[in-house]
Design a protein around this ligand. Structure first.
Ligand SMILES: [Zn+2]
Length: 510
């Protein structure tokens, strides 16, 4: 057989927040067949995370093999152009390897690669590389802002997403989800159903584009498990919490399991469509999960959501001029014309919204490095029910007109033990990995792709999982570094206060 021309391909699927603690019982029930097959046919174990245990930091270490002091990503405020070292797709691009990224953290604005980049939901703008893929990001951002799009504009985006790969069956699921959300208007129902359908849209487009670009290093990350685990843990393990509404327990007890099952089905589909006999499949999480009461020393936060579209109306701002979106606890306003005096005016207006009869401002207001105005509810505001706020023009309205929230707060938090599963040619079957770290992923993938490892990387090659056949024909090679002095990164603008950074960190970037 002529196999010399065949190159190893890597298919990496990141499931942010996945933990063996939930996977193993679901294996017992036979509910995660795709993951179980990977474990049986490959090597698997705990993947140790690093501090600070926030996803953008860890995913950047996964993609670079380097500690945060080298890559410079400490929280989710960082843009792709601020990363201080090369990541694996930069190295692959230099070597002419075709790359496809979808949903990977800290890839916005999208880097130019030999392939495609669709940044994830946490990006501040809709840009993709190439720009022909932007419809999925436009649709996601408009969905997150709930700004009223005209039916025509919405249909056009949906049609473009279909052209990019979203399958008709996914649209059918989206239709069913919309009906379900309409019937149950509460935050918790909407949150899960929307996130799940969003993940399916991204997955469909990733699969289609990875095939179209014939990518050799393909990386897809979904945040569904992380988002679900933060918000629904108390319904899964109500006994760990002082008081959880039994009606809500009945409704949401299975939500985290449903997220795992949906993710498992997605992984099965991706592997079926993209993996051939030369493909090594890597499934991993950046960290694991635990309940908030178990997570000592990590400060959780409530889940509140500012409704930017209502706020625009209340302030009399024109939705055509301003793009709005929510990322975790923060809300962003982007002046479409990027007019700096207009941005300053908007900031001043937002800063002047106060609690009625008090000098306490409602929002912490800042400007992010990309000139988006970023607002969050101030820490000292403990609850929003019965709260009245005073607008700049003197009107007084109820706070819950512009803010909604699950007052119970988040109940799941990050844990240092993530998951790693690797299967494919050259990988030992049924082998249990010990002592694998997020730092080891890039050195290991470089070796599998036949490229040398940078000696300045902080991880090691997970050689113990290579089978005899692989070891007979390959050995680990090193270069001093993959970095070059011309690597240009931009320092973060100093607009992000330490207070805000601390806040974001305490949320596990929430
Ligand atoms: Zn998280």
């Amino acid at each position: 057989m002529m196999s010399s021309a065949r190159k190893t391909k890597i298919l990496l699927i990141g499931i942010d927040g996945a933990t063996w603690r939930i996977i193993e019982p679901l294996f017992q029930q036979g509910k995660l067949p795709s993951l179980q097959r990977l474990v049986q046919t490959g090597s698997a174990g705990i993947l140790k995370s690093i501090e600070p245990m926030v996803s953008p930091t860890i995913w950047t270490s996964i993609a670079s093999g380097k500690l945060p002091e080298k890559h410079g990503v400490w929280d989710f405020v960082v843009a792709s152009k601020n990363v201080r070292c090369k990541r694996i797709w930069d190295i692959a691009t230099e070597r002419g390897i075709r790359v496809g990224l979808c949903g990977y953290m800290v890839t916005w604005p999208p880097p130019v690669v030999n392939g495609f980049v669709i940044p994830g939901s946490f990006s501040r703008g809709p840009e993709t590389y190439p720009s022909s893929l932007q419809a999925i990001r436009d649709l996601d951002m408009s969905q997150r802002s709930e700004q009223q799009k005209s039916a025509g504009a919405f249909l056009r985006l949906a049609w473009q997403c279909h052209q990019l790969g979203v399958r008709l069956r996914t649209f059918m699921h989206a239709g069913a989800a919309l009906v379900h959300i309409k019937r149950h208007r509460d935050f918790l129902t909407k949150f899960f159903w929307k996130r799940r359908i969003g993940a399916q849209f991204y997955m469909d487009i990733f699969v289609r584009q990875a095939r179209a670009f014939d990518t050799e290093l393909s990386m897809y990350v979904t945040m569904l498990l992380d988002a679900t685990s933060h918000n629904y843990w108390k319904f899964m393990e109500p006994e760990r919490f002082p008081e959880v509404d039994p009606l809500q327990v009945a409704r949401f007890r299975q939500t985290i399991a449903a997220a795992y099952e949906s993710t498992d089905a997605a992984i099965g589909h991706i592997v079926e469509k993209l993996a051939d006999e030369n493909t090594i499949v890597v499934v991993l999480s950046d960290h694991g999960f635990q309940s908030v009461p178990e997570a000592q020393g990590r400060k959780p936060d409530r889940t509140v959501r500012i409704l930017p579209e209502i706020l625009l109306q209340v302030l009399g701002w024109n939705a055509d001029d301003i793009r709005t979106f929510n990322i975790r606890g923060a809300t962003f306003f982007r002046d479409r014309r990027e007019n700096s005096s207009r941005i300053q005016e908007m900031r001043t207006t937002l800063e002047s919204i106060h609690l009625a009869g008090s000098n306490t401002a409602l929002f912490e207001v800042g400007l992010d490095p990309s000139n988006n105005i970023e607002i969050r509810l101030r820490d000292e505001i403990e609850q929003i029910n019965d709260l009245a706020i005073r607008l700049p023009d003197g009107r007084v309205i109820a706070a819950n007109k512009i803010i909604e929230g699950d007052t119970g707060g988040i109940s799941g938090d990050h844990h240092p033990d993530g998951v790693l599963m690797v299967a494919g040619p050259g990988i030992r079957r049924g082998f249990k990995l010990e002592r694998a770290s997020v730092l080891d992923i890039t050195p290991t993938l470089l070796t599998l792709m036949g490229l040398p490892v940078g000696s300045d990387m902080d991880g090691r090659v997970l050689q113990e999982m290579f089978d005899d056949g692989f070891l007979a024909h390959h050995h680990v090679e090193y270069v001093d570094t993959w970095e070059d002095n011309n690597w240009h990164y931009e320092k973060d603008a100093e607009v992000v206060t330490d207070e805000l950074k601390e806040h974001l960190r305490s949320l596990g970037y929430l």
